[in-house]
Design a protein around this ligand. Structure first.
Ligand code: OOB
Length: 550
């Protein structure tokens, strides 16, 4: 029997200790606000102000609240219980925002998949989150998500409900949801889990990140102040809305919290975004470095008026100083570097920082209560200004992943610091310069790919004896993925192996950009060295042989 309400509190060992809770409350970081609470308040105060613009749809704050109530009540009427998890995979549409607001109103817990995710990832998220429902769209960028829904239900039968935005086929149409609003629950406990975000993941499959109402709302309320978001702002979501950066740094949640206007772009390129900037007088937008460079280049010849854009934020991957200068020159607005992670900690350069500092670093933490440690391999602090591993703890950084004891043992210190995996240098004033990563993942234009996850896929092919996946510097993407493969049995060519990878049902960005066949790994002590060292040696040798970037 399903209990009438599923518990969505954090497990005890992942809650912040009482002393820190008291400190964060006393400092005014945690104010006991909740998603339904602030959305209701905005709907009451600014009912007629436009909250969301997407394509031809314009939703006022009043309409957004109403639509969220319809969706939330409709989901409860289907038999879902507050606290149950719901996998959401929608593109940059008004439905994405009204759906997650609807889930919040019903006390349901969204799990945010990216539109690029496929059956392998969705099945993993659904299992890990014990999701009861999947909400998606009919067709997104030519891909039929109803087929994905069928595969998901076959693979994970616990996903009892499928709701589709658009032509629902045999599933329930999102548009058809109706229910009794009086059945919507009271506002949740601010310390409970509001949603599960997906980690970039450096080892194996993505982990799920539980974020609470109190901690997440603090992160975007404080971000608003740092990024200059107020009621007059117009925030453009150009990256996939499910990503933590456009969601909360300050993102569309920050904008909604401020009573500002959110504009969703169907794609991140200048073709889609520039007309929207001109039409809606966009003031702020966040991008990954390759896109920022593309925008800066396209702006020179664009016929669209981009003069409303005050702040362009760049994050998700390293923006080197030379590229930062090109962005500033090309767009003529204030550049803000953003170094954040879905697990919590977000660093910003401040809008009034001197330009030499903005181009040279990735910002400093949001909060005076963000604790930052830069340590060596043995967790001892490095000398001031030296490069080391970044560990952090604070009022919006998680204390553990959802349902993943092994990852938690690896990723958190005994006193609750998160091991970010990033190597940084700390400048005076707490500004951080990202110097790379300790872990083995590829940061492909802001999309994080775990080497281990891709190696596991390659090893499932009968012709692959062994595989090692590494990152290679790339002028456009920042990094791209390269798989070194030792063959066995029947020979296979790179395009066929890539096509086979795609056919396994995983996000296209995870298919190796490059496959290099080798006879052996030919390192001095295979078997005696770790996978990590093996990858490092292969990468170094390859870069030496090819002159660095091939
Ligand atoms: C953002 O979040 P995630 O969870 O996709 O990825 C986090 C990782 C960081 O640990 C770091 O390795 C890398 O992405 N990263 C950067 C960076 N911003 C993120 N590396 C160098 N320079 C930067 N500016 O990517 C994310 C979340 C919130 C706001 C912004 C980005």
């Amino acid at each position: 029997m399903t209990p009438s309400t599923v518990d969505s509190r954090l497990p005890l060992q992942q809650q912040w200790p009482e002393a820190l809770v008291a400190r964060y409350r006393a400092a005014g970081h945690w104010r006991g606000e909740t998603f339904p609470g602030f959305l209701r308040e905005r709907a009451e105060r600014h009912a007629d102000d436009i909250a969301v613009v997407a394509g031809d749809v314009r939703l006022s704050y009043g309409q957004l609240w109403h639509e969220a109530g319809r969706i939330g009540a409709g989901l409860l009427a289907l038999g879902l219980q507050p606290g149950e998890r719901v996998l959401v995979q929608l593109g940059n549409s008004a439905s994405f925002i009204s759906t997650i607001c609807g889930l919040f109103r019903a006390g349901l817990v969204p799990v945010y998949a990216l539109p690029a995710h496929r059956i392998t990832e969705l099945a993993h998220f659904a299992r890990k989150a014990e999701a009861s429902a999947y909400i998606s769209t009919d067709v997104h960028e030519g891909f039929d998500h109803r087929g994905l829904a069928r595969a998901l239900q076959a693979d994970v039968p616990a996903v009892r409900h499928v709701l589709i935005d658009g032509d629902a086929a045999e599933f329930v149409a999102l548009d058809s949801l109706q229910g009794d609003r009086s059945q919507l629950p009271a506002d949740p406990d601010p310390q409970s889990v509001a949603f599960l975000q997906i980690s970039g993941g450096s080892t194996g499959l993505s982990k799920l990140i539980p974020r609470t109402h109190d901690d997440y709302i603090y992160s975007f309320r404080a971000s608003n102040e740092i990024c200059g978001i107020d009621r007059d702002s117009v925030y453009l979501v150009a990256l996939p809305a499910a990503h933590n950066f456009p969601m909360s740094s300050p993102g569309f949640f920050g904008a909604l919290y401020a009573g500002a206007r959110v504009v969703l772009s169907p794609g991140p390129g200048p073709d889609a975004a520039f007309p929207l900037i001109a039409r809606e007088k966009v003031t702020c937008c966040g991008l990954v470095p390759p896109l920022a460079l593309l925008w800066a280049q396209a702006a020179a010849t664009s016929k669209h008026d981009l003069s409303s854009l005050q702040v362009l934020q760049v994050g998700g991957a390293k923006l080197v100083p030379e590229a930062a200068r090109r962005v500033i020159d090309g767009l003529g607005c204030t550049l803000q570097q953003v170094f954040g992670m879905a697990e919590g900690l977000v660093n910003y350069t401040r809008l009034d920082d001197p330009q030499e500092l903005i181009v040279a670093c990735q910002g400093r933490p949001i909060s005076v209560d963000d604790e930052v440690r830069v340590v060596d391999d043995h967790d001892n602090p490095v000398a001031e200004g030296e490069v080391g591993h970044l560990l952090t703890r604070g009022p919006y950084t998680i204390r553990g992943y959802h349902n993943d004891a092994a990852a938690n043992a690896r990723s958190f210190t005994d006193d609750g610091f998160y091991r970010t995996g990033d190597r940084v240098q700390q400048l005076p004033g707490g500004y951080l310069v990202v110097q790379g990563r300790a872990g083995d993942h590829i940061n492909r234009a802001g999309e994080k790919i775990s080497a281990e996850e891709i190696e596991d896929h390659l090893l499932a092919h009968a012709s692959v004896f062994d595989a090692a996946v590494v990152s290679i510097p790339d002028d456009y993407l920042g990094e791209r993925s390269c798989a070194f493969v030792i063959q066995q049995g029947e020979a296979i060519k790179a395009p066929a192996l890539k096509a086979w990878m795609r056919g396994r049902g995983l996000a296209a960005f995870k298919v190796p950009d490059q496959i290099v066949f080798v006879d052996s790994f030919d390192t001095t002590a295979v078997g005696k060295i770790s996978r990590r060292e093996l990858r490092a040696q292969l990468r170094a040798r390859h870069l030496q042989q090819t002159g660095g970037t091939r």
